[in-house]
Ligand binder design. Structure first.
Ligand SMILES: Nc1nc2c(ncn2[C@@H]2O[C@H](COP(=O)(O)OP(=O)(O)OP(=O)(O)O)[C@@H](O)[C@H]2O)c(=O)[nH]1
Ligand SMILES: [Mg+2]
Length: 421
């Protein structure tokens, strides 16, 4: 980190509060939160745990536990208390009163990391919308509470007016951001439509954050995207053409990673970016096989894909970081267990030939093999076939133009009435 960046982002000391029920997940949950802290310049100074199947309405954790956390925060001179869950407005206010320091939840921490990573206008707009949509209900809850006590002593005057105007400001800003993002979306849609004219399928790299998507992209597409062990290194999508064997090509997009328990309004705010996923012809799901929790990470990815309505898309599962997996039988096992999967190392290039062959297979599945006899009056279709696929043979015969080609779906539909066996 550069000196100026270090000065600009003072480290905040935090007491971490875990609430997961399943003790077998303790180290995974802890490692993940600590990783998020590191990415947000937060230094964990102590941690507490209370196993809860559902949070308490008023204080999230039990009131006794809240007192304990408050003591701990005081003893460790913590700046914040960070909860590994989603805290609502009432709980946040009550906890803040008990503990006397700022209360932050996991979503706010993630949003903070996103805000640090946002480099493009689109990224910045999306992060701001997510932050405000997350803050808005909290602000509303506070406001409604004051509203209910209207007329009570101390409840009249500037305090209330300020809340009301703050609420309106936030609302206006949200509306503006949504409009601006709608423009971004339209431009992205146009770009995708233009790309659609190119006769190659589109694939998107999806996966848990830090699975190795950008590292894979850099190796297959020659990009120099930031690949970093910190979570959410990538925020904005990048698309590049990738050459496959036998003259086939593919357009590949690297985009933001997923994490478990992503709030839906956060996913919604990233709609412009995530439409790359819903629009793709197929997905390449990168899994970090060296991670002890890879299975639950893969589940979290499937859940997010379902939220996006992309769970039924064709998918190639790429088990990555195989250079770190000591037991080689694990590799053969997982590949045998998961249909359409391959084991690789994006770092060393291990397994890349096989992965490229699998990508090729997916691409060929998407191109329909067509044999047709076109009337000479439709000879313009021949050129279109060159544009929208791979022409294998053209023969100008007496009875018409004989054509054999592999074509994108729209094009093979167009030739359907001239198709021959
Ligand atoms: N040993 C090993 N490390 C890898 C491999 N692939 C990626 N990494 C490392 O894993 C870390 C995360 O890699 P990225 O490529 O940034 O992962 P990502 O999926 O793009 O992550 P986000 O953009 O944060 O979602 C980096 O430190 C990489 O160097 C691999 O095959 N083997
Ligand atoms: Mg990345």
């Amino acid at each position: 980190m550069s000196k100026t960046a270090a000065v600009a982002t003072p480290i905040e000391r935090a007491v971490l509060v875990y609430i997961n029920l399943d003790d077998s997940e303790d180290s995974l949950v802890e490692d993940e939160l600590v990783g998020l802290c590191e990415a947000a310049s937060v230094e964990p100074v102590a941690s507490v745990r209370q196993r809860l199947d559902r949070p308490y309405a008023k204080t999230f954790i039990g009131s006794g536990k809240a007192e304990e956390v408050a003591m701990m925060a005081k003893e460790t001179r913590a700046d914040i208390i960070l909860f590994d869950g989603e805290i609502n407005a009432v709980q946040q206010r009550n906890l803040q009163e008990i503990c006397g320091v700022r209360i932050i939840d996991r979503t706010q921490l993630i949003l903070d990391i996103f805000a640090r990573r946002a480099r493009t206008k689109e990224g910045a707009l999306q992060v701001e919308l997510a932050q405000l949509s997350y803050t808005m209900p909290k602000l509303m809850a506070v406001y409604t509470q004051f509203e209910r006590q209207k007329g009570g002593i101390g409840m009249r005057g500037p305090g209330e007016t300020k809340l009301e105007s703050d609420r309106r400001l936030v609302k206006d800003r949200i509306a503006r951001l949504k409009e601006e993002l709608e423009d971004v979306r339209r431009i992205r849609q146009q770009q995708r439509q233009t790309r659609r004219k190119i006769p190659f399928p589109f694939a998107v790299l999806v996966g848990y954050t830090s699975a190795g998507k950008s590292t894979l992209m850099n190796r297959v597409a020659g990009t120099q995207l930031l690949a970093d062990s910190m979570p959410f290194a990538t925020l904005d999508p990048t698309t590049r053409k990738v050459e496959l064997p036998n003259g086939y090509s593919l357009f590949l997009t690297d985009t933001v990673g997923f994490i478990r328990n992503l709030p839906t309004n956060l996913v919604a705010a990233f709609r412009a970016t995530l439409e790359e996923v819903t629009d793709a012809d197929f997905l390449i799901h990168v899994v970090d096989l060296s991670h002890p929790g890879w299975e639950s990470q893969a589940d979290a990815v499937h859940e997010t894909l379902a939220t996006l309505g992309a769970e039924t898309k064709p998918c190639l599962t790429v088990f990555n970081k195989c250079d770190l997996v000591k037991d080689h039988s694990v590799l053969t096992e997982v590949v045998a267990q998961f249909p359409h999967s391959v084991a690789i190392s994006a770092k060393t290039g291990l397994g890349f030939d096989e992965m490229m062959q699998k990508m090729l297979r997916q691409v060929r599945d998407l191109l329909g093999y067509t044999k047709a006899l076109l009337p000479y009056s439709e000879s313009n279709l021949v050129q279109e076939c060159y544009d929208y696929g791979r022409v294998i043979q053209v023969d100008y015969r007496d009875e018409g133009i004989y054509l054999e080609a592999e074509l994108v779906m729209e094009m093979s539909q167009k030739l359907k009435k001239y198709a021959i066996q």
